[in-house]
Design a protein around this ligand. Sequence first.
Ligand code: ATP
Ligand code: MG
Ligand code: MG
Ligand code: MG
Length: 569
Amino acid sequence: MRTSQYLLSTVKETPADAEIISHKLMLRAGMVRRLGSGMFSYLPTGVRVLRKVEQIVREEMNKAGAIEVLLPMVQPAELWQESGRWDTMDAELLRFKDRHQRDYVLGPTHEEVITDLVRREITSYKQLPLNLYQIQTKFRDERRPRFGVMRAREFLMKDAYSFHLGQASLQQTYDAMYSAYCNIFNRLGLDYRPVQADSGAIGGSVSHEFHVLAESGEDAIAFSDTSDYAANIEMAEALAPTGDKPTPSQALREVATPSAGSVSDVAALLQVANTRIAKTLFVLAEADEQGKQQLVALVLRGDHELNELKAEKLAGVASPLQFATDEQIRALCHAGPGSVGPVGLNIKIIADRSAAHLADFIVGANKEGYHFNGVNWERDISDYQIADIRNIVAGDPSPCGFGHIVIKRGIEVGHIFQLGEKYSKALKAGVLNEEGKHQIMTMGCYGVGVSRIVAAAIEQNHDDNGIIWPDAIAPFQVALIPMNMHKSVRIAEVTEQLYQQLTAAGIDVLFDDRRERPGVMFADMELIGVPHSIVIGERNLDNQQVEYKNRRSGEKAMLDIASVVTDIQ
Ligand code: ATP
Ligand code: MG
Ligand code: MG
Ligand code: MG
């Protein structure tokens, strides 16, 4: 590719609305542009990376015996009614009507569609096991789209669904998918961890998430410093022995219920919150007679290790907030990394609620994540269970008995589930078994966030100058940077010759043939993260050489023109 014929679209300024580095760099490197909330157009450089990730995923799926299909993104409501999810899914499921007033959804996931397909196509146990996958756009009306393509509303996922006669066969495919996922993330060159997870809204029992480790990750994962034990924080809590101490949520409830509103309550809440690793800052306030917001509860559930959340510091901020205004609370929420985590503007002051309701609400919100934006507030609060305020902290003994708990931040890039019969039963998807009897199939499902991986890879691979792509997913492997090519026939010829040779060798080359100053070209090639650069300059040509620079190590070397292709490979 020649830059003169390409759409490079790099930007020098750091975009103001991007919070995390991958989002900033994807905008600056000309990879994506925002169309609307949680929706992105991919520019050519973005597409190149996306396709490379996709291809690795596809190859590993094929290798593991999965077969590619393509399912519609628009799905009839009847299937969702049949599975029951029409009623149980919240506003994340985007519903709409066609011209005939028939209901549809925009697919957030495809269990219903695939189960419908398979129940029609598969009739005999002889056709099982079967593992079908697709790489498809999903739409989830996320409550809080953010961080660019990391949490988008429209995003690209690889989703696979397997069908079996019985648990043993499911386990076999599940294990194969687990290995395939490890292969994928190894090939992508990412630092990741598989962790035990609970299977949430999708249903089922056994489940693992794959997390790319990064400070900006929205999730926390817990693992043992000396053994294989690893779980996401929710699962780690569920697995942690509690003894007969009241759970933190019970303790919290006690202090929150009777006489919320006084300073001492706030202090007590802080104390409870402070003994635990916590996820979010909850600020709950009621309006007093003068209409001022009165703080009734401040619960710190930061995503960060507790040493960063010193009790004294919190007590310090609590009392001035006794009569906190919306603005003050927001300011606190924006105190920055290491203090209160990703709460931001979503905090909403909740007025007109009793303290008892608030206690339940804290717990409900805990279960749901951190969204006080009122969308869910219509819902019946009594639905909420008492869930845990974090009851596991770094340094705790690992539940497996070996080592101690380490807690790190992660980005969920993959998730595999054993679904059992949840969907096949609801949709009556069965086959004739060996005895000629009708038997419901057992299912597994396996997701990879293809577009999220692109952002996650950047979180792990960048410096002050831009992205540093792992070779496997770089938009271009080699940049050819000629010095003043438009003034030197010799430079133009050598660069052209290298371009032809490298391209013929199957290498993705970006030939920077713009009439730009060298500084501009270097900066752009570093920004978009091309792993290998070759600089073609007059003086080195006298010795039949060009200069090589490695993006990651910064290491430079002189290469003979004749051996560039072999040296690069
Ligand atoms: P999250 O916890 O981040 O909301 P999820 O658990 O809802 O993700 P799954 O249903 O497990 O997601 O979907 C499989 C994969 O799809 C996830 O592991 C993730 O990599 C990706 N994914 C999910 N939601 C988004 C999103 N809004 N934007 C980009 N990728 C996503
Ligand atoms: Mg989600
Ligand atoms: Mg998740
Ligand atoms: Mg998940």
